[in-house]
Design a protein around this ligand. Structure first.
Ligand code: 5AD
Ligand code: SF4
Length: 455
């Protein structure tokens, strides 16, 4: 069997310097995590990594297909590369990820952007060395959007974006087929990593001093169901919590239909797990939830929230909401606002519905004008702003644990509390990557401010 890693590097290493790659991932954490693995594979081959696109010998866009906006952005960026490629003929360009997994994207790219060298889907990340070799030795675009059974090799070390916060996928794919969502079509059916693989990765990260572990899956509550020896996500959390080290654990996303009391109890009982749940509501109208194939009602959703709050009154929730699903009426939208007011989220991510060809919702009639959808999302944002600015006041005078992650202007740094709320404080950059206790003094509608207390 050809060793494509070596064969490719034999061609490329004719230059004195190692070739450089630039990779940008769009979309969700799962995609960012895939991007880290692709970089790991390229580094193993002998590539260096650059943040400067003009210095790169290989440029890869790892794309997202969840909404049309993200796709248009990629086409525009790939369009911009035409001139760069003219100036630098040896430059190789790759497009991968969810958007690339779709036949129509391959056709569009081949037709309108023929200078793209490689196109590979979400299943073919491990095929990159072969595709690079093919692109270097044959004419035309090297394409692989096959649905391979095996997931990315476990032995390749990702090149992580952060030295203190790490993403760890626990499962891939999705079986839910929410009617608006392209994910099940581009990432395939649910499959879980073995608990041994997940635990050993977390152990290694904890040993390296990572402070935050983000467990990833399209629906983490389905974790372990398809394994030869099934295990629940709650049990996985319990085992991760037992790993030594000074780190905290988050996870996303949870599907409301699969969140059990057992899971909430486990979150509360495990000291390393953040008392925060990202629980995508999508809509508060039962009629729309049914059309979305979400398989829960607003009442069931609220029961989960109430149970968590009955155990910890301050339990933090964030959510995703789609505004303007086909034929969402003003009444349906009011129902969403009602749930938002009842839950009092600390944060919401809201999106105007984007039609995705191939999904069930794409053929649903939709009479609501775009203008109306824009007005609705603005109303939702206004209401949420009031809820957060009021809700955040509950933290004034309290001390929160914050993992600082960035430097702001004017001598401030900011990070996230266990509740997943942005907290800023006057501090020098040495706090970045560490937990600090912060006494909250001010609440804005998007963040908190406080003073770091020592000891
Ligand atoms: N249009 C708008 N938003 C969508 N999402 C998923 N599919 C679509 C779509 N077709 C949103 C959902 C999901 C988040 C990741 O993206 O809210 O939870
Ligand atoms: Fe898409 Fe629904 Fe699966 Fe989430 S759970 S990825 S929204 S199909």
């Amino acid at each position: 069997m050809t060793d494509y890693k070596k064969a490719t590097m034999d061609i490329l290493s004719k230059k004195a310097e190692p070739p450089l790659c630039f990779l940008h991932s769009f979309g969700c954490q799962q995609n960012v995590s895939d991007g880290e693995k692709i970089l790991g594979l390229l580094c193993e081959m002998g590539y260096g990594v650059t943040q400067d696109i003009t210095a790169a010998d290989l440029i890869i866009y790892n794309t997202c297909a969840v909404r049309e906006g993200a796709e248009l952005k990629v086409y525009s960026l790939v369009g911009n590369l035409k001139n760069l490629k003219k100036k630098k003929p040896g430059l190789m360009i790759g497009v991968c990820g969810c958007m690339a997994q779709q036949e129509k994207t391959v056709e569009n790219l081949k037709r309108s952007y023929p200078y793209v060298d490689i196109i590979f889907g979400t299943f073919a990340l491990g095929e990159l060395p072969r595709l690079l070799y093919k692109a270097l030795t044959e004419k035309g675009t090297a394409v692989d959007i096959s649905e391979y059974k095996a997931d990315f090799p476990e032995d390749i070390r990702p090149v992580r974006n952060s030295g203190f916060s790490a993403s760890v996928p626990v499962m891939y794919g999705c079986n839910n087929f929410c009617s608006y969502c392209i994910v099940p079509y581009v990432r395939g059916r649910e499959r879980s990593r073995s608990p041994e693989a997940v635990l050993s990765e977390v152990k290694e990260l904890a040993g390296q001093g990572y402070k935050e572990i983000m467990l990833l899956g399209q629906n983490v509550n389905s974790y372990g169901k398809t394994l030869d020896e099934p295990i629940s996500f709650s049990e996985l959390l319990r085992r991760i919590n037992g790993i030594d080290g000074d780190f905290r654990v988050r996870f996303m996303s949870s599907h409301p239909k699969d969140v059990t009391k057992e899971l909430i109890d486990m979150i509360i009982d495990c000291e390393k797990i953040c008392k925060h749940l990202h629980l995508p509501l999508q809509s508060g109208s039962d009629r729309i939830l049914e059309a979305m194939n979400r398989r829960y009602t607003s009442e069931k959703y609220l029961e989960t929230v109430e149970y968590a709050r009955s155990r910890i009154p301050d339990f933090s929730f964030s959510t995703d909401i789609i505004v303007g699903f086909p034929n969402e009426t003003a009444e349906d939208f009011e129902a969403t606002l009602n749930v938002v007011r009842k839950v009092r989220y600390d944060n919401i991510f809201s999106f105007i519905y984007s039609k995705r060809t191939g999904t069930k919702a794409a053929v649903m009639e939709d009479a609501t004008p775009e203008e109306e959808k824009k007005e609705r999302i603005q109303r939702l944002l206004d209401i949420q702003r009031e809820i957060s600015s009021d809700g955040f006041k509950r933290f004034i005078g309290r001390t929160l644990t914050v993992l600082f992650d960035s430097a702001d202007e004017d001598g401030y740094c900011s990070g996230k509390s266990d509740e997943f709320i942005i907290v800023k404080a006057k501090a020098d950059t040495s706090v970045i990557g560490s937990f600090q206790r912060v006494k909250i003094t001010k609440a804005f509608n998007w963040a908190l401010e406080g003073e770091i207390i020592n000891g």
